[in-house]
Design a binder for this molecule. Structure first.
Ligand code: GPP
Ligand code: MG
Ligand code: MG
Length: 374
């Protein structure tokens, strides 16, 4: 079939060490997107020989297509972009471009695994403009049931795919074990972040843990490691960097950058356009320790905070409206704008002081997220 022809073709390229042509950003995106069906096929093609019935293979295919593809792909593209800046003075080979993109897709697979599970835990409605996977129609049932709790197992399958792909393409590389370690460690850090995210608000109306320190700890673990540090660290491994100070420098910049990104996410959860961000915010309903409520507690009057305690964390549009009204009263948009500018300036200064590796790695990432609307 067509995919296996392309697959053989690309595997040929991957083995071939000729220099990759210089490409525009659009062409790089097209290259990245092009390998997705090939990687999916790598996973699916093993299943018949494992005696997995065709209807289950189709389930996995659909589940991968819906959950892994269709995001912004920023994290996935970051591996190649970073590698290009890290390898100075010579063009990347076709094999390097291909392998960086494989690792990029592994980060996207990791994210898919997290989001499928997170949407169940957060009782979210939509993701990337369609119903969350657990709310979609069960593809093999005709009784009108949903995927439901099978989505928990699908999240596990998505996780397993990462290791199938890494083994397939990196087994013979000296840094194979390091890649595995990074995925394992970052998964654990993100799981810890998810635990913090879900347990910081055991009782509605209790704001005692809603502080910026608590908030920062949550988002460092639940977002920053996997979204910012992981893709750059993978590129660093591919570039042959193994000095601890280089990884420490990367962490020192990418964790605060991840915090900045999550604060934007929190702002968009409340004020973003669902048609643009592809999801309907539920932070207020879910009683989340998000940046907005922490700021409201810091900036509100005792009366406003008292009102928030009564209405925050209630799954009812009237209560949500009251919370948003107080956000507006304290000019949360102004507070956010000021934060966004200050935090951008701090990151720029931090990046300017980097000597151990090319600053462009970090500037490029920052540029992508500054003042984002989705
Ligand atoms: C999404 O955060 C959460 C994660 C990416 C981590 C999930 C980790 C697991 C181990 C399941 P969010 O709920 O704040 O974001 P969104 O608004 O996109 O749902
Ligand atoms: Mg969540
Ligand atoms: Mg969520």
């Amino acid at each position: 079939n067509r995919i296996s022809v392309i697959s053989e073709h690309l595997n040929g390229i991957a083995m071939n060490d000729t220099a990759a042509p210089v490409k525009t950003q659009k062409e790089e995106l097209a290259d990245f997107v092009e390998i997705f069906p090939i990687l999916t096929n790598e996973i699916l093609k093993e299943l018949p020989s494992m005696d997995i019935p065709q209807k289950n293979i189709e389930w996995i295919e659909k589940m991968i297509n819906i959950n892994v593809a269709g995001g912004k792909m920023n994290r996935g593209l970051t591996v190649l972009t970073s590698l290009q800046y890290l390898i100075e003075g010579r063009p990347l080979s076709r094999a390097e471009v291909f392998k960086a993109n494989v690792l990029g897709w592994c980060v996207e697979w990791l994210q898919a695994y997290f989001l499928v599970a997170d949407d169940i835990m957060d009782q979210s409605i939509t993701r990337r403009g369609q119903p969350c996977w657990y709310r979609q129609k069960n593809p093999i049932s005709n009784s009108g049931s949903t995927v439901g709790s099978i989505a928990i197992n699908d999240a596990f399958i998505l996780e397993s795919c990462i290791y199938i792909l890494i083994k397939k393409y990196f087994r013979n590389d000296s840094y194979y074990a390091d890649i595995l370690d990074f995925f394992h460690e970052v998964s654990y850090q993100t799981q810890l972040g998810q635990l913090l995210d879900l347990t910081t608000q055991p009782n509605r109306g209790d704001f005692s843990q809603f502080t910026l320190d608590t908030y920062r700890r949550i988002v460092k673990y639940k977002t920053a490691y996997y979204s910012f540090y992981l893709p750059v660290a993978l590129a660093m491994l591919m570039a042959g960097i193994n000095s601890t100070p280089a990884f420490t420098t990367a962490l020192d910049i990418l964790l605060p950058m991840g915090e900045y990104f999550q604060i934007q996410d929190d702002y968009l959860d409340c004020f973003g356009n669902p048609a643009t961000i592809g999801k309907i915010g539920r932070d207020i309903e879910e009683n989340k320790c998000c940046w907005l409520i922490c700021q409201a507690i810091l900036n509100g009057t005792p009366v406003q905070i008292d009102t928030l305690k009564k209405h925050y964390g209630v799954d009812n549009p009237k209560d949500v409206e009251i919370v948003k009204k107080i956000y507006n009263e304290i000019d949360i948009r102004g507070i956010f704008k000021k934060y966004e500018d200050e935090s951008h300036a701090i990151l720029v200064n931090k990046i300017k002081s980097v000597k151990i590796m090319p600053q462009e790695v970090f500037f490029k990432l920052l540029e992508k997220i500054y003042k984002r609307k989705l």
